[in-house]
Write a protein that binds this ligand. Structure first.
Ligand code: NCD
Length: 331
C-alpha cells in the first residue's frame, strides 16, 4: 500500500554531488532510463567491463566493504534479486535480503511502502526495490535519503535490466548503431521492453514491434519514438521480422498484469521461437530474453550460438556491480 507523506525530503542534485565525487551517480536514485545520458551509459559500461575483469581475475574485492544493501522485493524474482545480492557480496558488502519473506515482514500487517522504506534506510546505505505499482520507486525515493534503485515498478520500468540488455547487445554485436532490433511478445505490460525501447531510442537503431493486438506497445511510448525520429514498424508475425533482425528480444506474456484471465488465455501461446524459425535468421544476430521464459523459446534453441539469454544473465551481475559502486561513490 502506498500512502503519500506530506513533505518529501530535500536531496542534493546530481551536479552538486558530482562536483565532489567522480561518479555521476553518487547518491543518485536509479528510477528510469530517461535519466541517463549517452556519456553516463558509457560510464556504467566502462565500470561493468572492469567488474567483469575483476570477477574473472579474483572473484571478489572489498570495494563496498563498509556498505549494506537492502534488497526488497514485493514481487517474485530470481535473477534481479540474486544478481544484486551477488553483486554486493562480490564487492565485499553486506545484504539485508527481503526477497522471499514479505509475508513475514510488516507489509503483511498493512504497513505502507513509505514507512517500510524509512525504516529500512536506518539500516542500510542503498535500497533495491521491486514493487507492483508503477511509480513506486519514485515515490519511495522522495522520502528516503539513501539511493533507491528501481528493480521493476509494475508495468512501468526496469532500468537496470535495460542497461544489462543494452550492454549485452553491444558486446554481442560490437556496436549499437545501425542495428535492427525486433521486440517480440508482451509489449504492453513488459517493463523491460519499455525501458529498453527508451534507452535504444538514443541510438541510431530501427525498431520492429511484434505482438498480438491487445499487447501492442503503449501509445505514449510509440508517439515518443516517432517524435524522436526513430524508425519503427509494427506487425503481429515473427515471420515478418526474423530475416532482417540483428537482435530478437523475446518476452513473456505478463500473466500477472491481466485483469481478465480469459484474455490471457487467448494470447498465451501466441508464438514460439524454434530451431526451424532460426534457420531464417541471419548468421550474425542474437536472440535475447530477460527471462523467465514460459514457452516462448524452445529449449533446443539454447544450443544455437546466437542464443544470448544466459550470457545476458551473466552481464546482469557486472552491470549491477557497476551501479552499486557508482551510487555509493566507489566507482
Ligand atoms: C523480467 C521482469 O521482472 O520484468 N524479469 C527480470 O527481471 N529478468 C521479465 C519478466 O518477468 O517477464
Amino acid at each position: 500500500m502506498m500512502t503519500e507523506n506530506p513533505e518529501p525530503l530535500f536531496k542534493l542534485d546530481k551536479y552538486q554531488r558530482a562536483a565532489k565525487f567522480e561518479s555521476p551517480f553518487y547518491q543518485q536514485d536509479i528510477l528510469s532510463v530517461s535519466q541517463f545520458s549517452k556519456d553516463e551509459i558509457d560510464y556504467i559500461f566502462h565500470r561493468a567491463d572492469e567488474m567483469l575483469d575483476m570477477c574473472r581475475r579474483r572473484g571478489t574485492c572489498d570495494l563496498l566493504k563498509d556498505y549494506t544493501l537492502a534488497c526488497v522485493f514485493y514481487e517474485p524474482s530470481t535473477r534481479t534479486s540474486s544478481s544484486f545480492i551477488s553483486a554486493m557480496v562480490r564487492l565485499g558488502g553486506r545484504v539485508i535480503p527481503i526477497t522471499e519473506g514479505i509475508q513475514f515482514s510488516s507489509v503483511s500487517k498493512g504497513e505502507s511502502l513509505i514507512d517500510s522504506m524509512i525504516t529500512l534506510e536506518q539500516y542500510c546505505d542503498v535500497i533495491v526495490l521491486r514493487h507492483p505499482e508503477i511509480g513506486s520507486s519514485a515515490t519511495a525515493a522522495k522520502y528516503v535519503q539513501v539511493p533507491i534503485i528501481n528493480a521493476g515498478d509494475g508495468a512501468g520500468e526496469h532500468p537496470t535490466q535495460a542497461l544489462l540488455d543494452l550492454y549485452t547487445i553491444k558486446s554481442e554485436m560490437g556496436t549499437l548503431d545501425g542495428l535492427k532490433v525486433a521486440m517480440v511478445g508482451d509489449l504492453r505490460f513488459g517493463r523491460t521492453v519499455h525501458s529498453l525501447t527508451r534507452l535504444l531510442s538514443q541510438y541510431d537503431v530501427s525498431l520492429r514491434f511484434v505482438s498480438p493486438d491487445p499487447l501492442r506497445l503503449p501509445l505514449d511510448l510509440m508517439n515518443d519514438l516517432i517524435d524522436k525520429g526513430v524508425k519503427v514498424r509494427e506487425t503481429n508475425k515473427v515471420a515478418d521480422v526474423i530475416e532482417n533482425a540483428d537482435v530478437l528480444y523475446v518476452t513473456r506474456i505478463q500473466k500477472e498484469r491481466f485483469t481478465d484471465l480469459a484474455q490471457y488465455e487467448e494470447v498465451k501461446n501466441y508464438f514460439e521461437i524454434t530451431p526451424e524459425l532460426m534457420e531464417h535468421a541471419k548468421q550474425k544476430m542474437v536472440v535475447m530474453h530477460p527471462l523467465p521464459r514460459v514457452g516462448e523459446i524452445h529449449y533446443k534453441v539454447d544450443r544455437d550460438p546466437r542464443a544470448a539469454y544466459f550470457r545476458q544473465v551473466q552481464n546482469g551481475l557486472y552491470i549491477r556491480m557497476a551501479l552499486l559502486a557508482a551510487v555509493l561513490g566507489q566507482a
